[in-house]
Ligand binder design. Structure first.
Ligand code: ADP
Ligand code: MG
Length: 242
């Protein structure tokens, strides 16, 4: 039996007196697309941040590919776990291709020529060949998010984390970002996605987890959560979003 790619085991996390993650456990197999939903403040971002050690946990363990993330060199972990945030997080003074190259040179020690080729290829994959030399200020919100995705993919990660990647976008720009994510899922990337895009969740997710007050109150395939939720809160939350 092979290990799951991600094994989150009874994770607790508090900020001061406030318990934000209250005994979270779940596993992800390779190629899974897990969607994490829940009300604002329920701990979704914190859960994602724990997985790539942007924040520490108080108790429990998280393993990636059979190894506790606390035994993995931080540089290696950042390479293996890509993250896309709400607002792209690009460096404003660097062009799209320079943003993508940065990690290749710093984290993967690539020479300039190889990094340029790889970055150009990644930008092409997200449909931004023409925009390689544009600065973030010259790009739309959707294009910036796609640069962020290309930058994470350039590391050849084992896992991609998405934290509400479309929630800061104008409605007409959401589709192009979701299309890139859908393609990535089709290609077999393992993804953990926080989103309010329920149509995406329904069509692309292998599993949906509903988080409330730092606990997973329901977890199952999309058909089950949408059509026959066990939990009253899940039902009303999903009903409100669709
Ligand atoms: P979500 O992403 O589901 O909206 P978060 O994980 O961002 O929820 O936040 C969960 C709770 O943790 C919130 O009450 C939030 O105020 C608190 N929190 C998040 N980050 C911090 C932090 N760095 N310091 C203190 N409290 C935080
Ligand atoms: Mg959040």
């Amino acid at each position: 039996m092979t290990d799951p790619l991600v094994d989150v085991d009874d994770v607790y996390k508090s900020y001061g007196e406030e318990r934000v993650l209250d005994g979270i456990s779940f596993e992800m197999d390779r190629q899974d697309v897990q969607v994490l939903v829940g009300p604002s403040g329920s701990g979704k971002s914190t859960m994602l941040r724990c997985i790539n050690r942007l924040t520490d946990i108080d108790d429990g363990d998280i393993a990636l590919d059979g190894t506790s993330i606390f035994d993995i060199d931080e540089n290696d972990l950042r390479r293996d776990v890509g993250m896309v945030f709400q607002d792209g997080n690009l460096f404003a003074h660097l062009t799209a291709i320079e943003n993508v190259k940065l990690g290749l040179k710093r984290v993967r020690d690539m020479g300039d020529k190889k990094a340029t080729e790889k970055a150009a290829w990644e930008l092409e994959q997200v449909g931004l060949r023409e925009q390689a030399n544009s600065y973030p200020a010259e790009l739309s919100g959707g294009q910036k998010q796609r640069v962020g995705i290309a930058r994470a993919l350039a590391m050849d990660p084992k896992l991609m984390l998405f934290d509400e990647p479309t929630s800061a976008l104008d409605p007409e720009l959401i589709g192009e970002v979701l299309a890139v994510m859908r393609e990535l899922a089709d290609e077999g990337m393992t993804m953990l996605v926080v989103t309010h895009e329920m149509r995406f969740a329904r069509q692309v997710a292998t599993d949906i987890m509903f988080l409330e007050d730092g606990r997973i109150v329901e977890h199952g395939p999309p058909e089950q959560l949408f059509e026959d939720p066990e939990n009253e809160r899940t039902a009303s939350f999903l009903g409100r979003l669709t």
